[in-house]
Design a protein. Structure first.
Length: 707
């Protein structure tokens, strides 16, 4: 044995405990030690059966994802778990798998190679590999349909969503649910079956269905995957692999699965998604705010402003079980705010997302108020009033008077300077930006904006809180637009330029949607309201450098009252169902304005559209990184995936640039610089990395070492 696996005895049952924190992944050494333990049990006459269980908070959460990078880079040979799992299945004495926490990926595959599975009722069980751009690679696609049937196996392998232990029991995946102590329940279960014939999953065929029934299942699954997981290869590969289980004997099915698994593992999509997996965990690590920094208990919060954002933010806290005071200036505004919250919740009940009881309790926990009287109880306040420095300052001065010492004072501002807001209080260390994205109760991103004086406790609390709220918190610096919107500016600027240079409006959006983005940049403008940017541009016009090209189409559209979806007209025309239709009037107007401005018209390829928009993101991202407003390139990636609909399978804009090759990206940016002028000046960091043959990922690694 080794220190990753322990073997003990409970009289006639061997207990094999996997102890590989934090999640008992099947790292090198674990399979070998389990195999040795099984061999030992099989020759020990005093032992009748074995139980495999996980130490700590979970059963085996899968293969060790860190190993995949080593295999694809050639640092270690490609290993398969298949022979190890056959070894368990071929044990002459029964093996009972005891599951708590999560049995994911290789963990579930191991469980299915065992002869019986028992679980705590709270356990989660699944094949989430597609989320990493791969498919189950240790016969999961072959054993799962034999246990739960083809339709459910396809769903679990292609969508990657786990099932609860009680559901797994109903499906036939779990043989017994164990309330109370899992280990003693599993040992008792093992004793109960010790003398019975040993069932092997790979020999079962009764649930594999008929060719006709299966054809319909696979067709529907492929259709759904193409729609819901647009652009992703792994879900389709997972369906192919389950189909192989229905058409071939087990061994051949495993070979088919291996081939598909390997193709996926070596794909750019899988590398990108693995980058995202570790990135989502990396963003939580702040070099000068280490783990263990004291945090403030946030048990009650208050939100100021019950508009679009304030209402959504109140719901986010309520959903996490934190009672909220919601303040607005007058009863009418408050009623309107609460009305929207109610409507929102009602539609969640209708769509089956929440139960009526859950919603009633959440609504009870939101208290509408018109004064700051009760604010002295709040551990944290989030301000979401209109965007204007004078108003924000007056609200923060009020908060300074009303709130208890130690309370966190956060602003949801999207453009204003957090330090200037903090100056309105006597406690700038308590002030921080919490930039939620619209709709706040849906979008996962939370940019946490660090002011010059924000205290470490306040930062640590907000980072920790983001998890509790179901958000991905990313710490950013205090610059105009912070990270996400600062990059979005050049991205949308290029989209407009392209339209002004002759690209069709729909062609601009289509190119970016085909690239994988959730929405095109011009349609996004219509959704958010073109007037928002127009107002901001008017305010900051005096800061624009003369002689530098600025886009004009959206300003002109706004002058005509075309603000986007809210006025039913923007870049597109919208019908009563908010469906976008191309509007020939806009196309003609843009052509006319461009002619007046003397902009030559030309055919523009989809490739140029994508390069112009995406490299504008990358170039600005590189500046932000160098200026230190983002801690790491991966932080920028996580922001774009969770707040801006960037396709996860491309890993985020910075990872995408690495994948294309920074030399190539830099060269293209230099071409744009020559053709379009100053706005395309390459970011110095990008130039340096490209010229030294490095990547943003390497930049991150070097900086992590330096920290
Ligand atoms: N391999 C390596 N490291 C893993 C891991 C894995 N399978 N799963 C989690 N970790 C690491 C995380 O990176 C994190 O490390 P850090 O503390 O250094 O940042 C640590 O374990 C804790 O993870 P979380 O912060 O995610 O902890 P949570 O308690 O929030 O969640 C979890 C636990 C639900 C198990 C979640 O980590 C998870 O979903 N893990 C991935 C599971 C997965 O995808 N399994 C399939 C792997 S692929 C596979 O099995 C292929 C097979 O078919 C051959
Ligand atoms: P909104 O106009 O929908 O709501 C603002 C609310 O604040 C109104 O209900 C108003 O009555 C209330 N209010 C004004 N002064 C107040 C005061 N002194 N006390 C209490 N309530 C007061 O505005 P929205 O869109 O919700 O924006 C709020 C903040 O969030 C702004 O700072 C904005 O920049 C930011 N933001 C907006 C996003 C969006 O997509 N709408 C996205 C991210 C941030």
């Amino acid at each position: 044995m080794n220190n990753l696996v322990r073997v003990t005895r409970d009289n006639d049952v061997a207990v094999i405990t996997v102890d590989n924190p934090p999640v008992n992944a099947l790292s090198p050494g674990v399979p070998q030690a389990i195999e040795a333990a099984i061999d030992e049990m099989n020759i020990d006459p005093a032992i009748k059966a074995a139980v495999i269980i996980g130490a700590g908070r979970t059963f085996i959460a899968g293969a060790d994802i860190k190993e995949f990078g080593k295999m694809t880079s050639g640092a270690t040979p490609r290993r398969t778990l298949l022979p190890f799992l056959l070894h368990i299945e071929d044990s002459v004495k029964p093996v009972v798998i005891a599951i708590h926490g999560t049995a994911f990926g290789g963990g579930l595959e191991l469980a299915m190679a065992g002869h019986y599975r028992v679980a705590s009722p709270t356990a989660q069980i699944g094949q989430p590999e597609v989320k990493l751009g791969i498919i189950p690679g240790a016969a999961g696609t072959q054993r799962l349909p034999r246990l739960v049937g083809v339709a459910k196996a396809v769903e679990m392998c292609a969508e990657g969503k786990p099932v609860s232990a009680p559901d797994a029991a109903a499906l036939g995946l779990i043989d017994s649910l164990i309330d109370g102590d899992l280990l003693s329940g599993a040992v008792a279960f093992a004793r109960g079956i010790a003398d019975k014939p040993i069932p092997k999953t790979r020999e079962r065929t009764t649930k594999l269905g008929t060719a006709t029934d299966n054809a319909a299942v696979f067709a529907a699954a492929r259709d759904a995957a193409r729609k819901k997981q647009r652009g992703m290869k792994a879900p389709l590969a997972a369906i192919d692999a389950v189909e192989a289980a229905t058409r071939m004997p087990f061994e051949e099915g495993c070979q088919a699965e291996q081939k598909l698994f390997t193709e996926c593992l070596f794909s750019d999509q899988s590398k990108a998604l693995i980058h995202v997996f570790f990135g989502e965990r990396e963003v939580g690590k702040i070099p000068d705010v280490p783990k263990g920094t004291p945090v403030i208990a946030v048990n009650r919060v208050a939100v100021v402003g019950s508009g679009t954002m304030g209402g959504g933010i109140a719901m986010v806290f309520a959903n996490a079980g934190i009672p909220v005071l919601l303040k607005d200036v007058d009863q009418a505004a408050l009623d309107a705010g609460m009305g929207k919250i109610r409507k929102n919740y009602a539609s969640s009940v209708q769509r089956g997302r929440f139960t009526q009881q859950f919603v009633d309790e959440r609504l009870q926990s939101i208290t509408p108020v018109l004064t700051y009287d009760l604010f002295s109880d709040a551990d944290m306040v989030v301000e979401a009033v209109f965007e204007g420095m004078a108003l924000k300052k007056s609200v923060f001065a009020e908060l300074d008077r009303a709130c208890k010492p130690g309370a966190i004072l956060a602003s949801n501002t999207s453009t204003l300077n957090i330090d200037e807001i903090a100056e309105a209080t006597s406690r700038p260390e308590a002030v921080i930006g919490t930039h939620f994205f619209s709709p706040a109760n849906v979008m996962r991103l939370l940019e946490i904006v660090r002011g010059k004086k924000s205290s470490k406790e306040v930062i640590a609390t907000c980072m920790q809180l983001s998890k509790k709220l179901g958000k991905v918190g990313v710490l950013v610096g205090n610059c105009r637009g912070f990270v996400g919107n600062r990059m979005f500016g050049p991205y949308r600027r290029e989209a407009q330029f392209l339209a002004e240079e002759g690209a069709e409006i729909e062609a601009v959006d289509r190119a970016l949607v085909d690239f994988g983005n959730a929405m095109g940049p011009l349609a996004t403008g219509d959704l958010a309201g073109l007037d928002v940017g127009w107002r901001i541009r008017k305010e900051y016009r005096h800061l624009e450098k003369p002689g530098i090209r600025q886009p004009f189409a959206e300003d002109r559209l706004c002058e005509l009252g075309r603000y986007g979806q809210k006025t039913t007209k923007g870049w597109y025309r919208y019908d009563e169902n908010r469906r976008a239709n191309a509007d020939p009037e806009v196309a003609a107007l843009v052509r006319k304005w461009s002619a007046e401005a003397g902009i030559p018209q030309r055919q523009i390829s989809a490739e140029e559209i994508v390069d112009r928009c995406i490299y504008a993101l990358v170039n600005e991202g590189a500046r932000i990184l160098e200026e230190g407003f983002a801690l790491r390139a991966v932080d920028i990636d996580i922001i774009y995936l969770n707040g801006y609909g960037f396709p996860a399978y491309r890993g985020g804009p910075m990872w995408h640039a690495d994948t294309v090759g920074l030399q190539k990206v830099y060269q293209r940016i230099c071409e744009f610089h020559q053709q379009h002028g100053e706005l395309w000046a390459p970011a110095p960091l990008l130039q340096r990395l490209a010229e030294s043959g490095k990547t943003f990922a390497e930049f991150d690694k070097e900086h992590a070492l330096a920290a």
